[in-house]
Design a protein around this ligand. Structure first.
Ligand SMILES: *Cc1c(COP(=O)(O)O)cnc(C)c1O
Length: 388
């Protein structure tokens, strides 16, 4: 049976070679340490688990949930935005529950992209933006994220014709994989650009709560006029260590949310009510739990950045996310460096080009691993790389 063209158009899986080498290393008995996966190692806080236990006892929760999420969940998200960003959202029309933010991001393309339509996509980036565009038959127009622009897209480099033609723009700050952050002033320029060119901006805020050294990341909805042209995707996965639970939300422009809802009602049936109930308690819960988690990541961040410096890879400490994005040592491509590191030390890092062509020359370390294992990985890297 011939598979669909949309599958054939998906870029090759760049971790295939690394996966093979990892399997081989494990077979040889190597103690492999992966710094490649961005999935919190800390458990979901107890009060959220307790909340799920309670909610699941209620038989009304065993039936189909609302497609767009319970009103109580949507109210909890609106309260969260009021408290943290001073933004008013109408829970009835400006907030929607998602089965993880990835679900909403992937479906947004079906709501806006017809064959041959343009979407403005950052590179390097979370792969779903590009594959989502391709699945819908659209054309991803690449916005390079370059170190000299602090890994922000250069809006003036987008030609007028492309800008007029584009229907969507995707952004993600604090950024995966570069760990860069964006100022409210930058978001304001994006909103002005989008209003001028009639583009819907989709901001992926998965790491908005994971910031360091007193820095607080803005919501794009804090920019003037943002609700006219912006949707922000949020997730409980990263701030509450809930990646397995699959709960997120979309907020902002109500027409865009209504269009997304049309797609969703024809594909899924919403997230389990008890997971939404637990998520409500997560959002209402004590904020010091997020602060404690940030302290853990901060300690790991400092360990990695200090060690890299010692090896001769000098980067600034990132202000957000649980990633370290660093240039590979001279003479290697990203893939060569990642493969060499695995072969020689048993440590896995993500090659930068796995996130797009403009990620070439970099590697990504994820801080979602215990301090003991991280230190072990860093010791091995130091030993091997220091005098090369
Ligand atoms: C982890 C991640 C998400 C996915 O979040 P879910 O809510 O778990 O689907 C979205 N965007 C980026 C950039 C991520 O790294």
């Amino acid at each position: 049976m011939e598979k669909a063209t949309r599958i054939k158009k998906i870029p090759p899986y760049l971790f295939a070679e690394i996966d093979k080498k990892r399997e081989a290393a494990i077979k040889r008995g190597v103690d492999v340490i992966s710094l490649g996966i961005g999935d919190p190692d800390l458990p979901t806080p107890g009060y959220i688990i307790e909340s799920l236990y309670r909610s699941v006892q209620n038989p009304t929760n065993h039936q189909y949930p609302s497609y767009i999420g319970s009103l109580n969940f949507r109210k909890a998200v609106a309260d969260w935005y009021r408290r943290r960003y001073n933004i008013e959202l109408d829970p009835e029309t400006e907030v929607m529950a998602l089965i993880g933010s990835k679900e909403g991001i992937a479906h947004m393309f079906w709501a806006y992209i017809d064959p041959e339509d343009y979407a403005l996509i950052p590179d390097p980036a979370y792969p779903v933006y590009k594959t989502g565009t391709i699945f819908a038959g659209g054309v991803p127009y690449i916005m390079p994220l370059r170190a000299e622009n602090n890994f922000l897209p250069d809006l003036s480099a987008i030609g007028t014709e492309i800008a007029k033609k584009a229907k969507l723009m995707f952004l993600n700050y604090p950024n995966n994989p570069t760990a860069a952050v964006a100022s409210l002033e930058f978001f304001q320029r994006v909103v002005d650009f989008a209003r001028e060119n009639n583009i819907l901006v989709c901001h992926d805020s998965a790491y908005i709560d994971i910031t360091f050294d007193g820095y607080k990341a803005p919501s794009i909805l804090q920019a003037q006029g943002a609700k006219d042209v912006c949707v922000e995707f949020g997730s409980l996965s990263k701030p509450f260590n809930m990646t397995g639970w699959r709960i997120g939300y979309a907020v902002g422009n109500k027409e865009a949310l209504a269009n997304l809802a049309v797609i969703k009602t024809n594909i899924d049936s919403g997230q389990f009510n008890s997971i939404q109930d637990a998520a409500i308690d997560a959002l209402k819960g004590p904020e010091d739990q997020i602060n404690r988690m940030i302290e853990v990541y901060k300690k790991r961040r400092d360990l990695v950045v200090d060690t890299l410096k010692n090896i001769g890879i000098d980067i600034e400490k990132p202000k957000g996310t649980f990633y370290i994005w660093a240039p590979v040592p001279h003479g290697y491509t990203s893939a060569q460096f990642a493969e060499m590191l695995l072969e020689q030390t048993g440590v896995i890092v993500s090659p930068g080009n796995a996130y797009g062509n403009y990620g070439e020359g970099y590697f990504r370390i994820s801080l979602t691993i215990s301090e003991a294992r991280l230190i072990e990985a860093l010791e091995r890297m130091k030993k091997y790389l220091k005098f090369k």
